[in-house]
Design a binder for this molecule. Structure first.
Ligand code: NAD
Length: 553
């Protein structure tokens, strides 16, 4: 990564002064401007006379945050802070990540997306609407920052497990990019959230007078593809080296777009590849805990969309690396979708699912599939709440000493089971993780700390590795390395509590290690434009932004 943005802004003609600086979230530091700064920057009288350190401001923010009576109010409070004082926002998120992540990310960001047009206050990213077709390059030119390194884009079609939310999906790239900053130290000015508005098929949004997106059905086919092409070209024109992170696209487009662009530009799809790496890391972690081997696992998925197939493909790659034949490795992964078990010869099996459509008689329901296939692990990526019921969990516990239960669907309201259910119905033997966070569970005096199997453990570190090595492409090998590195960060103390992921408070250190692993692959495979430094870890850690107020004078 080239130099960080300047950390001082001595007053000069290009640097705003006076009231204007208070309106600029990247420069504002509220009541932490010193007397000298207030004088030089013409802020005297515009602020109360008292001075607060950043730590005091953090204390005030947390006091207010905790007084809010609902999670959505907390979300609004945090977004107002982001728009007012970005450095303080990033500091608060970093210092209180475990408390704040469930607000600015899953599950509350799901609620915020559903309410987006009703709680909207100020825009926080770029809205590339279909009406700008032919002029996207000009519109991207309106973004005020020249040095963007990571673009996170959605078209809002599959927001978490909540379905098509159209332009309201903007809350997701905003949340994801906040985590690039907090979890991996990417500078906020290097991050650009984008929603591509191609309409929505969500009837209640189309009928909502306050809905802020285009009020027509989604465009599809060639017209859609041409718009995405134009978007990619326009980003590359203005930000030639930026990573483009695709997020929450519908099943119809997610795989196609990844296939189309992955060898042409620096891009990845987080739902497919990031989720795959976090799930594989969870399996590696579970193997370390139980002493099992990956190749001995049989995994049954509930859901065969972007997340499920992405996980399946990465597990196959990992098993092949451990010496298993690919055909054997595929037979270790079985999928069920809304039509039952995915088997060879079944109608309507998409190209992505076909390699996992094995020879087997049709099985209509998940419980029967468990009984017939006898999996060691079940992974829920269906967006269907409660599908891992008591009967499913009991069946897994009957088959396995330590059944692996990953309920990865988001937000919490869509989780296939709760942590408590998983531990209760397996007599505390489950190795459990979930996409959205659950608190500690106490069962017969034993305390379980359920892990959060969320791609937030992966994408920030991968992004940091790509940005610091200035890699031109993102490969599957990088996600495999990210998964291994994440699993290596889990300590025996974590295992004792039933955790297969490191605690969130260690996330910056974890992301740095993932970044080193990813960057090493970029260097070894000739994909990096930045030369390999003598001390990659030291170099990468030095690039990580720490939210501290800049000194002006
Ligand atoms: P998707 O729309 O591509 O796929 C959903 C799949 O679920 C489809 O195969 C569909 O047929 C299947 N399904 C629907 N109803 C079903 C039922 N009753 N029984 C069995 N299968 C059923 O979505 P996706 O991108 O794969 O995401 C799915 C879920 O995974 C979402 O809730 C999303 O939030 C979650 N997810 C979690 C993470 C994470 O980091 N934990 C990352 C990505 C996605």
């Amino acid at each position: 990564m080239a130099d960080q943005p300047e950390n001082t802004c001595a007053p000069r003609p290009s640097c705003p002064v006076g009231y204007e600086i208070l309106q600029d979230p990247l420069r504002n530091k509220g009541i932490s401007f010193t007397e000298k700064e207030q004088k030089v920057l013409k802020l005297e009288g515009l602020l109360p006379p008292g001075f607060n350190s950043m730590e005091q401001q953090v204390t005030r923010m947390m006091e207010n945050f905790r007084k809010k009576s609902s999670d959505l109010e907390k979300y609004n409070f945090m977004m107002a802070l982001l728009e007012r004082d970005r450095t303080l926002f990033d500091r608060v998120v970093l210092d209180y990540l475990e408390e704040i992540m469930p607000i600015i990310y899953t599950p509350t960001v799901g609620r915020a997306s559903q309410e987006y047009s009703h709680i909207f206050q100020r825009p926080q990213g770029l809205f590339l609407s279909e009406k700008y077709r032919g002029r996207l390059s000009e519109v991207i030119g309106n973004w005020p920052i020249d040095d963007v390194r990571i673009v996170c884009v959605t078209d809002g079609e599959r927001i978490l497990g909540l379905g098509d939310l159209g332009v309201s999906g903007m809350a997701i790239p905003v949340g994801k990019l906040s985590l690039y900053v907090a979890c991996a130290g990417i500078h906020p000015s290097h991050c650009l959230p984008i929603v591509i508005d191609v309409g929505t098929n969500n009837v209640s949004l189309l009928n909502d007078p306050l809905y802020l997106g285009l009020k027509h059905e989604r465009i599809r086919g060639e017209a859609y593809d041409a718009l995405i092409d134009e978007f990619v070209e326009a980003v590359r024109e203005r930000y030639p080296d930026a990573l483009i992170h695709f997020e929450d696209f519908g099943n119809l487009n997610a795989f196609r777009l990844l296939k189309k662009y992955r060898d042409r530009i620096c891009t990845f799809n987080d739902d497919i590849q990031g989720t795959a790496a976090v799930a594989l890391a969870g399996l590696y972690g579970a193997m370390k805990m139980t002493g099992g081997t990956l190749t001995a696992q049989k995994i049954l998925f509930l859901g065969a969309g972007g997340a499920g197939i992405g996980i399946g493909e990465l597990i196959v790659s990992a098993m092949v690396r451990e010496g298993m034949a690919e055909s054997e490795a595929r037979k270790r992964c079985w999928f069920t979708d809304s039509r039952g078990l995915v088997v060879r010869g079944r109608e309507r099996v998409s190209d992505a699912k076909r390699p996992f459509a094995h020879e087997h008689e049709p099985v209509p329901d998940f419980l029967t599939a468990i009984r017939r296939l006898q999996p060691t692990a079940i992974i829920g990526v269906s967006g269907q709440a409660g599908r891992f019921g008591k009967d499913v969990l009991r069946a897994m516990a009957d088959l396995n000493d330590r059944p692996l239960i990953f309920a990865l669907s988001n937000p919490t309201s869509k989780s296939e089971c709760t942590a408590e259910e998983a531990y209760t119905w397996t007599d505390g033997r489950a190795i459990f993780s979930s996409g959205s966070p659950f608190g500690l569970v106490t069962l017969e005096g034993q305390i379980f700390a359920p892990g959060q199997g969320n791609n937030a453990y992966i994408f920030p570190g991968v992004g940091l590795g790509i940005v610091t090595s200035e890699a031109r492409r993102i490969t599957d090998e990088m996600f495999l390395a990210a998964a291994r590195t994440l699993a290596d960060q889990v300590s025996p103390a974590d295992f004792d509590q039933g955790r297969i992921y490191p605690p969130l408070k260690a996330i910056r250190a974890v992301s740095a290690q993932i970044a080193v692993a990813v960057a090493e692959i970029a260097w070894a495979s000739g994909l990096a434009r930045h030369p390999r430094p003598e001390d990659p870890e030291g170099y990468i850690k030095k690039q990580m932004y720490v939210p501290e107020y800049q000194r002006y004078v």
